[in-house]
Design a protein around this ligand. Structure first.
Ligand code: GLN
Ligand code: ZN
Length: 755
């Protein structure tokens, strides 16, 4: 019989129970055993949900109090030396010290998990590590499930992915040199799971979807050769992309099963089936674990049937494409969702049902599940035909109106200099000012209907005016309105654009206790009314200094949303770009002479395989230019990115052709200069000279040094001075001394260069 399987369930809880339990524990309001208890309740509830849905294979060990990679670090005893000392022996103390730092210890590095918005703790490798099976959590959770009557399949991160994502912090060995020391510990873990009664283990190896050299493939052969003998059956799980290029190697590994992501990489199925060895289990990832759309069951069943005819029903598992960690828990709790759109959606709970239906229908035929297929077919057809998804007006505009090209940079430079008359080393900020308790509370009461439109407006005007006066007092050169009207840089725009809907509770874990609630882009995007003009124009009316208009760019809006899957992402991004274009045009017409289009997510949109980068960068750059080209020569376009890892995409950054680009330069100042030494960048650069994420106040002297160092590589006329990101998470009494220091650094550079 074909089986239904899941690779991982969201751990945060439908009501973000884990978030609340974690935050209460961190605040010292609860004890370790309270947190443990919440974990146990959630695990039991999630196993029960999956069993009740009819799933044959339920994961365990997919739960985590912070992150699955951090769990693997502790399981393998790969705790960096600085966290090994005493004083961290209380329950959870060491674990959360690694995750979040303590008063005296910084946290471990955290970064994005492949191309998702989930963040993992980066393992560190150094010669002083001695790996050992140091934490029995994975076995305990298996036993816990078993005691509750769930015969679960434990999930661990595989050695290749662990090492590939790790960073070598000391010594001259490469990550792969650690494999031999790691494998005996993996063998011990697997043996312990077998001894506890596990017949299968899911070993996650998403790294196989990356570019991997032959040395890594050889390591995989060695690793699984060593582990397979002494272990339960291994289901090797690849996801987030294609492993077509590695199939000959992967299919000869002595593992019992292989999971393929057929949603992200449907093209790899035929090749895999051609090579499929008899008796190996195929886990067919046909239900999208990364997005919230209902599965086209008829189409998915065709794939399942094809796979079954080759591998045989006893060797087929039907599964989501990856862990369901990346989707919200349950559509049914969304009470006020748009009635037309709701049937097009499926969250984790609904995806379980889809998997069960598909596995059943693969054996028994679709007639045995007629109502489910009927509903899904209807939803697919309705979505395809909906006027709200396909707007003839949007289609006609994109087909007929070509948006491209600004005046040449030299002409812009001259026109802007004449119009703006800014001093050397102009100072500015990235947009937001502190979102104080008062700001958040006013928004909340407004949303509840407690205060009226007029009252809320009044409040925002007062905050904006305060911000303008503040910026005049610290003598910044280019002011911002402060973004007090915005909850979030994507949500704010999504709520004003056509083609988006929002949920109430569809939270997805981003890292630790932090969750995001991404908008859903369901249809063609357009901008019925101006979105920011009112606030920018009001702010400008208060001051004679230039006020910078503040927009979120099309790539970032796309990247931080659930995006429709019925057309290429590029097509959706272009529609957003046209909408932002209209906003740029209207801001300019309202007298705003400087407009910033933020693209902090440009880099994270890069595909996993380098071969796919250029195509992505080309359309991403194109979309930015579509947005920006509404501006005349004298209007200055800025963009902002919060990072400085540019080496590999610099030509594309330059191709954005923003007049000014502000980038992170506080932590990676030196690296950055190296980059610009190599690459001749002609436009202006705002150096993000201080780290807004740190509570530490910078001193004028150190800021001045940073800019002076940059001025030896870049021309002084190219340089702006600003913080490295928006200030919304800081308090006013932190912002004031920091910005004052920044302004005095700029002034001192000016007086020096005029001498
Ligand atoms: N303009 C935004 C702000 O200042 C930019 C935020 C970001 O780059 N993430 O908050
Ligand atoms: Zn930023």
């Amino acid at each position: 019989m074909s089986k239904s399987a899941n690779l991982g369930f969201p751990r945060i809880g439908g009501d973000r129970e884990l978030k609340r339990a974690l935050e209460a524990f961190w605040a010292g309001k609860t004890r370790a055993r309270d947190l443990e208890a919440t974990g146990a309740v959630l695990r039991r509830a999630h196993w029960a949900r999956q069993k009740n849905a009819g799933l044959d294979i339920i994961p365990c060990g997919d739960f985590s109090f912070y992150d699955q990679m951090l769990d693997m670090i502790t399981t393998l005893g790969a705790v960096p030396a600085r966290y090994r000392g005493e004083g961290l022996d209380a329950p959870f103390a060491r674990y959360f010290a690694m995750a979040r730092g303590t008063a005296g210890l910084p946290a471990m590095e955290m970064t994005k998990w492949f191309d998702t918005n989930y963040h993992y703790i980066v393992p560190e490798l150094s010669p002083d590590l001695t790996f050992s099976f140091a934490d029995s959590r994975i076995v305990d959770e298996f036993t816990e499930a078993k005691a509750q009557g769930f015969d679960a399949r434990p999930v661990i991160i595989g050695p290749i992915t662990f090492l590939r994502l790790a960073k070598v912090k000391a010594g001259d060995e490469g990550a792969l040199d650690y494999l031999d020391r790691l494998l005996p510990v993996y063998a011990e873990i697997l043996a312990a799971l077998q001894a506890a009664g596990a017949s299968w283990v899911q070993v996650d190896e998403p790294a196989f979807c990356l570019d991997l050299g032959d040395d890594w493939l050889a390591a995989a052969t060695k690793a699984y050769g060593a582990l397979a003998g002494a272990a339960p059956n291994i289901m090797l799980a690849t996801y987030f992309g294609s492993v077509a290029d590695k199939l000959p190697a992967l299919l000869t590994l002595p593992v019992a099963g292989l999971h393929l992501d057929i949603v992200r990489a449907p093209e790899q199925l035929d090749g895999a089936l051609d090579l499929w060895p008899r008796g190996k289990t195929l886990s067919l990832g046909v239900v999208d674990g990364r997005n919230i759309w209902r599965t086209d069951l008829s189409a998915a069943l065709k794939l399942a049937a094809k796979a079954r005819s080759v591998v045989g029903s006893e060797f087929l598992e039907v599964a989501p494409s990856c862990s369901l960690l990346h989707v919200p828990v349950d559509l049914n709790v969304e009470e006020a969702l748009d009635a037309e759109i709701r049937p097009w959606l499926a969250f984790a709970q609904q995806k379980l049902d889809e998997v069960v239906v598909l596995a059943g229908a693969a054996d028994e035929g679709r007639e045995a599940y007629a109502p489910a297929f009927h509903d899904a077919d209807d939803a697919v057809a309705e979505r395809r035909a909906s006027r709200r998804v396909h707007s003839p007006v949007v289609a006609a505009r994109l087909a007929n109106e070509r948006l491209d090209g600004r005046a040449p940079r030299a002409e812009r430079e001259e026109a802007q200099a004449a119009k703006l008359g800014l001093p050397a080393y102009p100072t500015t900020t990235i947009g937001s000012f502190p979102q104080t308790q008062a700001v958040r509370q006013a928004r909340a009461t407004y949303r509840k209907g407690v205060i009226s439109d007029a009252q809320y407006d009044e409040f925002l005007r007062a905050e904006t005016e305060k911000a303008i006066r503040f910026q005049e007092d610290v003598e910044l050169d280019v002011l911002v309105h402060g973004e007090f009207e915005r909850n979030d840089m994507v949500e704010y725009f999504g709520e004003l654009l056509e083609g988006f809907i929002f949920t109430k509770k569809a939270w997805v874990q981003s890292y630790g206790s932090r969750c995001v609630k991404p908008p859903i882009i369901f249809g063609d995007v357009s901008r019925p009314v101006p979105m920011t003009v009112k606030w920018s124009a009001y702010a400008q009316s208060l001051t004679s200094r230039p006020v910078k208009g503040m927009l979120t760019g099309p790539v970032t809006i796309l990247q931080w949303s659930f995006v429709r899957d019925d057309q290429p992402r590029e097509a959706t991004c272009r529609q957003i770009a046209y909408a932002i274009h209209d906003e740029v045009r209207d801001l300019e017409a309202a007298g705003i002479g400087i407009i910033q289009i933020d693209e902090p997510a440009l880099r994270e949109g890069l595909p996993l395989r380098q071969a796919d980068w250029q195509r992505y960068l080309d359309w991403a750059v194109d979309c930015f230019r579509i947005s920006a080209c509404a501006a005349g020569a004298a209007t200055q376009i800025h963009t902002h990115m919060c990072y400085a890892e540019f080496e590999d995409i610099l030509p594309s950054i330059a191709a954005l052709d923003a007049d000014v680009i502000s980038i992170e330069a506080s932590r990676s100042g030196m690296e950055l200069l190296g980059v610009f030494r190599e690459f001749d960048y002609g436009n202006e650069i705002g150096l993000g000279v201080y780290d807004i994420h740190s509570p530490r106040c910078p001193e004028a002297g150190e800021l001045r040094e940073k800019v002076a160092a940059a001025a030896t590589v870049l021309k002084p006329e190219q340089l702006w001075v600003n913080p490295d990101c928006g200030l919304k998470t800081r308090a006013w009494d932190e912002v004031k001394p920091a910005l004052s220091a920044m302004v005095s650094a700029a002034k001192s550079l000016r007086s020096e260069s005029s001498r």
